[in-house]
Design a binder for this molecule. Sequence first.
Ligand code: WTA
Length: 652
Amino acid sequence: MSSEEISNLGNESRTFAPSAAFAAHANAKPSLYTEANSDYEGFWEKQATALAWEKKWDRVLEWNLPFAKWFTGGKLNASYNCIDRHVLEGRGDRVAFHFEGEPGDTRTLTYKDMLREVSKAANALIELGVKAGDRVAIYMPHIPEAVIAMQACARIGAAHSVIFGGFSAESLLQRIQDADATLVITADGGFRKGAAFALKPVVDEALLGTTNVRKVLVVQRTKQETAWNADRDIWWHELVERQSDVHVAESFDSEHVLFILYTSGTTAKPKGIFHTTGGYLTQTSFTHKIVFDLKAETDVYWCTADVGWITGHSYMVYGPMINGATQVMYEGTPDTPNKDRIFKLIEKYKVTILYTAPTLIRTWMKWGDEFPNSCDLSSLRLLGSVGEPINPEAWMWYREVIGHNNCPIVDTWWQTETGAIMVSPLPGITATKPGSAMGPLPGVDATVIDDEGKVIGNGHSGYLTLNKPWPSMMRGVWGEPERYRETYWSRFEGRYFAGDGAKWDEDGALWLLGRVDDVMNISGHRISTAEVESALVSHESVAEAAVVGATDAMTGQGIVAFIILRGGIDHVEGEALTKDLKAHVAKEIGAIARPRQIMVVNELPKTRSGKIMRRLLRDVAENRAVGDSTTLADPNVMKLISEGLQTAKSED
Ligand code: WTA
């Protein structure tokens, strides 16, 4: 985003003060901010005591910039904290998950049920030879076995690497290889948009590549016909069901690796962000309690994210389960069978806390108020948003139509790398402005700075940085220790650079302004321009490609590609070619990376040093007058591109 574009954000004067009724019972207290400011380590140490530790830590923090270790010497088990503890303390009959499949099938799993299922799964993993420290790839539809598999890994100390079910065989293989996983847990398929889709064939295709995967454990979800490799594949219901339902969780070091989760960076190769145990669990459970105000005995909490993303990890599988939450889990899409599906489920399960993404809120706005209005949403008492900046209009609609002006909204900013929410209002404490994430949480030290690293005051925009280590911070990039330092800690000395633009407004409220690097945000999913470019140039017709994220009213950003064809390829086959290229990208990376638009050009705008000027291409993609192009090696290029596109358009 250029500075002109962002300058008119953050001029919001509407403010909503917390209601006295909410404030009277809020989990968060204003004193949290002062406590954290006066004794940073003491503050986080206090939050860590909420977990069950088999052995207490010796030191709260070991900070060797940029490497942090939290609660060293301490020992605990993540799954024990999420499950056993509730059963042992008499909460075993509380519902952990109300699961609803897309076709309408349902399952209720109490914490006692989870203990039984996770114990059996853990025993099954042991029988398959999985040991503490191994990596297990999980490629699943959004069904309870996904959570059970993650918890089973945590239970035996194996790191899970969940790969979102929308990724292609190529992406899956890359991630399996990078983490050197020895087991894949998957399903025959799942249900989406009213039909069964297949997952297992994608795994089969991925495993044609070279890996150390010995076994594939397959959940039967759809009962579709599934190709089988008897030496390698095992049905979940055959192996897991015959296991003992007793498994004693072993404790691991606080810094034991809990999981790896791949995310897009600014290069074509995704980064394996890894998180460890004690600090991650401390911060996810603490933030879940104060940001969502969870009252575990009475609330029904629903985070609509897929377990394949960090939001599903932190605010479904770990934070809420540690807090003993009752959750809703839904397999399918929001418009199956009708556009009121989510609202029907809120009514059915009397959901009190809803955590979702701006792209879905904008989709609901487009579909029309009649869908939410036809359901009883009066159980809702708090609404959350995550994944991308929420525009003030969507925020207001969320407040009025979904929340009936009755629910505080928490716009939560964080990243796969931060592990937990870093910036958010606190319900019952913070007055909110539509579209603003308001400010850093207690125990988070955030600063907005300019290009030179100078601190920026109210009314100006710059880069969001974090200045102190925090318990749930990533511990590194899997297999690439230097990449962690280079990517996050080298641009500004002593500060973690998040990759986002931000602005303090005149009242000191913080506005997130989107990515300032070459990472796009499509419906809240991170995709790098380099990844899509590399997929495009792997196609035989493409010589060169430049990709930009263009503003899109519905998805936040849409992928627009500019390509130069190889010599001898005929431009006239235009439409068939772009269709083919879109399918090619979807095959290489996954459907989420399919470009919205592909434009064939003769030249790309480059600086004299050969760097593509994406800013100018974004102007074209967003139908704006092209900005300053004086630093181009060939100043005529933009004119040629615009002219060429106009001719192409008039031919359509
Ligand atoms: C963006 C998702 C504005 C941001 C939890 C960040 C947001 C990236 C917000 C991380 C928000 C996330 N307001 N932007 N409330 N939340 N983002 O790793 O650009 O999938 O850097 O983590 O999403 O995406 P990730």
